[in-house]
Every structure is written in C-alpha cells, then in structure tokens.
Design a binder for this molecule. Structure first.
Ligand code: SAM
Ligand code: SF4
Length: 339
C-alpha cells in the first residue's frame, strides 16, 4: 500500500451533511498519571495492554486515512507520553507528509514534556496543546492531583526546541474561574495562544451539570474587567472561537453554549480501536480486527465500507445527540475518548 499511495484516486470521507473529514484524533492510551476532576473517574478501569491497538495497526490506519483526505493527525490519550513508543510512532507518521498529511499534533498534560520535548520535535511533531487549568499550585493540585511545576517547565522546554505550543484550560464554576485573567496575562507574556474550554458532559463519574459550566459569555465578561479591547476574529474549521484580547490571541471552545458542529471535520479512534465520528456519539464501531488484518498487500475494502457507512451517518451535532439521549447513555469519559 505504501508505495502506491495516491490521494487523487480516492474519494474523501464525507458525511450526510456534506462535511468533509480532514482531522483525525488518535488516543494511544487511556492511562494517565493525572486525575483531573472533570475527566478521570474515581476508579478508572484501564484497558488491558493486549487490547490496545499496536502502533503497527495505528500506522496502517493513518496511512489509509491520509489517502482518504485526512490532513491533520492529533495524538492524544489518556496521557500520550505514557505510552512507550509514541515518539517513534510520530517519526513514522512523519513519512505520511509526502502523501498529503500536513500536521502532526499532540495533546498532553505536559508532565513529561521536559523529558520529551526535543525528541518530539526531532521526530517531526508540529505542535502541542498542553492542558493547564491553573497557575496556582494548590488549585492545580486540587484539580489534577499533580504539581504544576513540571508542566510549566515542559511548556518552556517545548518553546525552546521550537514546538508551537497552545495551552488549554477547562473552566469549572466555583473552582478555577479566578484563573481567566491570570492565565491570559501569563499566556500573553509568554507568546502562547490560550484556549478556554467549556466543561463538557464527558467526565468519568458523570457528575457534570450545566450549572458548573463557565460559558463563553462568562469568560468574556471576566476578561472585560481587565482588558480594554476584545474582538471576535473568527472560527472557521477551528473548534475555538478566536478573540484578540489587547493584542493576545485567546480561543474559547464553547461546545455547550455555541456548538461548532456545523463545521465539524473530525474523526476519532480510541486506544482499543473504537471509531467515533463525534465526541458525543452514542455508538462507535470497533475496527481493531479490521486493522489487524490490514497488511501491506491486503485490500482495504472491508475497512473502507465500514468507515464510509459510519461517517456518512454522523449526526448533525451535539444538540441532536443530546435530544435523542436515552435513559441509559453510554459511559465514556474524555480519558478514553481523547478530547
Ligand atoms: N491527557 C492529555 C491532556 O490532558 O491534555 C490529553 C487527553 S485529555 C482527555 C484532552 C483534552 O480534553 C484536555 O485538554 C482536557 O483538558 C480536555 N478535557 C477532559 N475532560 C474534559 C471535559 N469533561 N470537558 C472539557 N474538556 C475536557
Ligand atoms: Fe489525564 Fe488529560 Fe484526563 Fe487530565 S484531562 S485526567 S491529564 S487524560
């Protein structure tokens, strides 16, 4: 398959609403060394190692997806830097750039970045999203059960080796809203694009409630107490609505108050091979066996048919899925889905 890859011969993946798929998120593990209150359940049940997709299968999948129009791949988790071999996997993915892949990104909690930043850069990683919910050590510990110091050190190390870094902050009401202004000032001082994320109903213990959501409007109101000029500059295929705040770029991912589903060009694969067309989809399709049987010479018809069907029937978005929600909704949290 590798030597004959030619994107022109393949049709792109498109859903029933005409949204072409260009971005793929791959979770390489559900394990994590953090225990963020808005993500990890109190008693996580880790996927057994032998149920994880091998990097070999993942690479073949990515190769196939790039043929079908995927331009950006994001590696996530759990904590992706906890999976051994992830740097080598990124180096492998780098080869797909000659076939149309444009960006390789990672979302990480940043704890191990000091150790890995240079290797990630050398492997061909283009950019990083690092989660940072508070600059206050005590508050950070309360939210994640870990220290903020290695995360900050990891962010600075990544900048030094030339990786583009964005910082993600999930805001929870009556918890870390007091970080809106300090994080914005810090990001501006360090030339980092900051994105605030509305808390979504994807926490492991399903304790989410709308009352805990700090909305886009709440964030803008808080910013307006300190900053003079706040202007919306756009969104496009980006989930974050971008604002310029006194010269600094601040994004807000307001899935709850302004869902961005009409533009969604994303697909997701969990570490055990569950293929999801939406973060909130009630159903997935397991493609682990299909991927394991996809060797260099085998044709890809079965995989193609399965994915084409799944993608075509993608729901219009979050609101439709919420409206159809059953009494017994699926139990899957962000640490499995990958964000
Ligand atoms: N462990 C890595 C990290 O934290 O960056 C990658 C995986 S994490 C699941 C991916 C992203 O999802 C992070 O930015 C995290 O803050 C976000 N996230 C997790 N749970 C969330 C929730 N319930 N609502 C909104 N964002 C959430
Ligand atoms: Fe781990 Fe990321 Fe979930 Fe926090 S948000 S528990 S760092 S997977």
């Amino acid at each position: 398959m590798s030597s004959t890859v030619n994107r022109v011969q393949h049709t792109a993946f498109i859903d029933q609403y005409g949204r072409q798929k260009r971005k793929l998120r791959i979770s390489v593990t559900d394990r994590c060394n953090f225990k963020c209150s808005y993500c990890m359940p109190e008693h996580p049940e880790w996927v057994k190692k032998h149920h994880l997709l091998s990097f070999e299968s993942l690479y073949r999948f990515c190769q196939f997806m790039v043929q079908r129009g995927i331009e950006q791949i994001r590696i996530t988790g759990g904590e992706p830097l906890m999976r051994q071999g992830v740097v080598h996997f990124i180096a492998q993915l780098h080869r797909l750039k000659q076939f149309g892949l444009k960006r390789i990104s990672m979302t990480t909690n940043g704890h191990y970045l000091g150790q890995y930043a240079l290797a990630l850069k050398q492997a061909g990683l283009d950019d990083l999203n690092v989660s940072l919910d508070s600059l206050d050590e005590q508050q950070f510990k309360q939210l994640t059960q870990k220290s903020v110091c290695p995360v900050l050190a990891g962010i600075y190390a990544s900048q030094r080796v030339g990786l583009t870094v964005k910082v993600n902050c999930v805001l929870i009401k009556n918890c870390n809203e007091n970080q809106i202004v300090p994080l914005t000032l810090w990001a501006k001082a360090h030339h980092i694009e900051l994105r605030f994320i509305e808390f979504m109903p994807l926490d492991g213990d399903q304790k989410w409630s709308v009352a805990q959501v700090v909305t886009e409007q709440d964030i803008l109101d808080e910013l307006a107490t300190v900053f003079q000029h706040i202007a919306l500059v756009g969104q496009s295929h980006n989930p974050a609505r971008q604002y310029i705040v006194d010269g600094a770029v601040v994004g807000i991912i307001s899935t709850i108050s302004h869902s961005f589903c009409q533009q969604c060009d994303r697909l997701r694969l969990t570490a055990q091979g569950e293929f999801y067309t939406c973060l909130f989809a009630e159903k997935s399709v397991n493609i682990k066996t299909l991927l394991e049987h996809l060797d260099e010479h085998e044709n890809t018809t079965a995989l193609d048919t399965t994915l084409t069907q799944a993608i075509w029937s993608k729901a219009s978005g979050f609101l439709e899925i919420q409206a159809q929600k059953k009494d017994n909704p699926r139990k899957i949290s962000m640490h499995v889905m990958g964000g």
